[in-house]
Design a protein around this ligand. Structure first.
Ligand code: BG6
Length: 514
C-alpha cells in the first residue's frame, strides 16, 4: 500500500473533549484530510462524558483547528465536507448500554462511508480506564469486525513495571501486540526519525560511531513551562517517569542501537530493546552518584516571575517530586563500553530545547596546541526542537597569515533550504496508524525495559524522602549538581544557547586581519 493512499477507517476517539484531542488530534486529522490521506472514507466518533450536540462538537473541532492547525481554516463548503465525517456520542465508560449504542452507530457509519470494517480505538485518557474500555468494547462486539482493528494508547503506561504489566495484560486480553500502538510522541518528531537515516545512510558516521571515537553523548530536553494544570498527575509522576522513562530513553536507544538487519519494524524494535537491556542498572549509592534530581523554586522566565513548583495548583507544599533529572547512563555493550550518555530534562528551565550532541574524542596528538590553545571538540548536534537540523563542529585554519585554528560550524537547518517545515508529530503518527506501521510506536518489551531501568532509581529517590533533591531557580539550566555530575568526568554540558557556544558568530565572528 502506498504511504499517501487513503485508508478507510472509523476513529473512535475516547477523550474527545480533552486537551490532547483539542491541541493535537483534530488539527492532525485536518492536515491528513488536506493532504488527501483521509478523504471520503473516514468517520470520527468523538466520545466523552459531556452531553454535546453534534453542532456543539463541530464547533469545538473547528475552534481547535483554527487555533492549532498548521493549515488555515477552510471556507464554508470545504468545512462542511470535512465536518460531515464527525459524530459525537456522550459515553460513560462504565455503561455497557452506551457501548451497544456505539456498535449500532458504527455499523451504520461503516456502510455509509464504506469503511470496510476498519476501526481505530484511540484512548486519549487516563490509563486507569484502558482495561475497562477494552473489555466493554469486546463485550459489545465492537472488536469483532471484518476489517482491521487498532488500539492507540497514550502514556503513562503504568507508573512502574508491575502496574505496566497489569495494564498490558488487560489490553492484551482483547488486542494482539501488533494491534497496539503505544504513542511516544517524540518518535513522531522529524529529527528523531532522522537519527536513523543520519546514522545508517551516511558512510562517514557509522565507522566512528563507537567507543573508539566518541567521548560522550549528551541528550537534553528542557522546557520553560511549569506543570501547568497537570499538578495532580505530575506529583505522582515526576520528571523521571514523565520524560526519562519514555522520550529520553527512546532517544538514547536510537542513538545507540546497532544497524537493523533490514528496515523492518520488528528488526528496528529488536535493536532498540537490546540497548535498553544493556543499560547499566543503578541501585543504592550508585543512584546517588549517577542521578541528580531537582525541583524548581520561584524564578524568572523572560520578564515574568513564576512560582515555585510547591506553589503550583494541586501540588503539596512540601512536595519532593522531581521536576528535573540529570543522569549519566552507561550502555554496557561492545560498541559503547566506557562512553557516558549524559541526559537531562526539566521544567521551568531557561530555554525550550531538545538536542542530541555527540562529542568525538580529540585527535591523538594536538599539533596546534602551542599556537592556538586547545582545539574545540568535534561535535555532531542533532537539533530536534524548536529548530530542526544538525550542526557539525569542526576546527579550521584561521584565515589569513596570523595562523592558528578556530572552531567552525557546518549547519543544516530549515533556513538552509532543506524545507524542514515538518508536519506535527501527531500527524505523522496518525498517518502511521492508518497505514498499519508500528515502527514509531513503543513495543511492550521496550516499555518493560525502560521501567526496569527506572524503577530502582525511583525507589532510591523515594527512600531518601527528598534529601537528595537539589533546588534550582525557575529560568535557570537546573541545579549546580547536574554540572558537577559531568565535571567529575572532565566535561560539561554543551551550551544550548547559540550565543554561549565557542563557534557562534556572536562570539567568534570572522577574523579581521586577512
Ligand atoms: C509529555 C510530558 O510527554 O511531553 C509533558 O508529559 C511534556 O510533561 C511534554 O511537557 C514535552 O513534549 P514536547 O514535544 O513539548 O517536548
Amino acid at each position: 500500500m502506498k504511504r499517501n493512499e487513503s485508508h478507510p477507517a472509523a476513529v473512535l476517539l475516547f477523550g474527545a473533549t480533552g486537551d490532547l484531542a483539542k491541541r493535537k488530534l483534530y488539527p492532525a486529522l485536518y492536515s491528513l484530510y488536506k493532504q488527501g490521506i483521509l478523504s471520503h472514507d473516514f468517520a470520527v466518533i468523538g466520545l466523552a462524558r459531556s452531553p454535546l450536540t453534534r453542532e456543539e462538537y463541530h464547533r469545538r473541532v473547528k475552534d481547535s483547528i483554527a487555533r492549532h492547525s498548521r493549515f488555515s481554516l477552510p471556507g464554508q463548503e470545504e468545512w462542511a465536507a470535512f465536518a460531515k465525517h464527525f459524530f459525537y456520542q456522550s459515553l460513560d465508560i462504565h455503561d455497557k448500554a452506551g457501548f451497544e449504542t456505539l456498535q449500532t452507530t458504527l455499523i451504520q457509519l461503516d456502510e455509509h462511508f464504506s469503511l470496510k470494517g476498519n476501526r481505530i480505538f484511540y484512548l486519549s485518557m487516563a490509563p486507569d480506564f484502558f482495561g475497562l474500555i477494552a473489555k466493554n468494547l469486546h463485550t459489545a462486539g465492537l472488536t469483532r469486525t471484518n476489517g482491521w482493528k487498532r488500539l492507540v494508547i497514550e502514556k503513562p503506561f503504568g507508573h512502574d513495571l508491575s502496574s505496566a504489566e497489569q495494564l498490558n495484560q488487560e489490553i492484551r486480553e482483547v488486542f494482539a501486540e501488533e494491534e497496539i500502538y503505544r504513542i511516544d510522541h517524540y518518535l513522531g518528531k522529524e529529527m528523531v526519525q532522522n537519527i536513523e537515516v543520519i546514522r545508517f545512510a551516511n558512510s562517514i558516521f557509522e565507522p566512528v560511531w563507537n567507543n573508539r571515537y566518541i567521548d560522550n553523548v549528551q541528550i537534553t530536553s528542557s522546557e520553560t513551562v511549569g506543570v501547568e494544570e497537570r499538578g495532580g498527575y505530575y506529583e505522582k509522576a515526576g520528571a523521571l517517569r514523565d520524560m526519562v522513562q519514555n522520550h529520553i530513553l527512546q532517544m538514547v536507544a536510537m542513538v545507540a542501537m546497532e544497524p537493523p538487519s533490514r528496515l523492518q519494524t520488528e528488526a528496528i524494535r529488536d535493536e532498540k530493546v537490546k540497548v535498553l537491556r544493556s543499560l547499566r542498572r543503578y541501585e543504592g549509592d550508585a543512584v546517588l552518584q549517577n542521578v541528580v534530581s531537582g525541583q524548581y523554586t520561584e524564578g524568572k522566565i523572560g520578564e515574568e516571575i513564576v512560582p515555585a513548583y510547591r506553589q503550583e495548583a494541586k501540588v503539596a507544599p512540601d512536595s519532593v517530586t522531581e521536576t528535573y533529572v540529570a543522569a549519566k547512563l552507561m550502555v554496557d555493550n561492545f560498541r559503547w563500553a566506557g562512553v557516558p550518555f549524559y541526559v537531562r530534562t526539566g521544567k521551568r528551565m531557561a530555554v525550550k530545547s531538545t538536542e542530541i550532541t555527540v562529542q568525538f574524542k580529540n585527535p591523538p596528538m594536538n599539533l596546534y596546541f602551542e599556537k592556538s590553545g586547545e582545539l574545540g571538540p568535534n561535535l555532531l548536534t542533532i537539533h530536534i526542537q524548536p529548530d530542526e537540523g544538525m550542526t557539525l563542529h569542526l576546527n579550521a585554519k584561521r584565515p589569513g597569515t596570523a595562523g592558528g585554528v578556530f572552531p567552525i560550524a557546518m549547519e543544516v537547518s530549515k533556513d538552509s533550504g532543506i524545507g524542514y517545515n515538518s508536519p506535527e508529530a501527531y500527524e505523522r503518527l496518525l498517518h502511521d496508524i492508518l497505514h498499519g506501521d508500528t515502527t514509531n510506536f513503543t513495543r511492550w518489551d521496550e516499555v518493560a525495559g525502560a521501567w526496569e531501568w527506572v524503577d530502582p532509581i525511583t525507589q532510591v529517590l523515594r527512600d531518601t524522602g527528598g534529601k537528595q533533591l537539589h533546588f534550582y531557580a525557575a529560568g535557570t539550566m537546573g541545579p549546580e549538581a547536574a554540572h558537577e555530575l559531568l565535571r567529575k568526568d572532565g566535561v560539561d554540558w554543551w551550551p544550548l544557547t547559540p550565543a554561549d557556544r565557542p563557534c557562534s558568530p556572536v562570539k567568534e565572528g570572522l577574523p579581521h586581519e586577512l
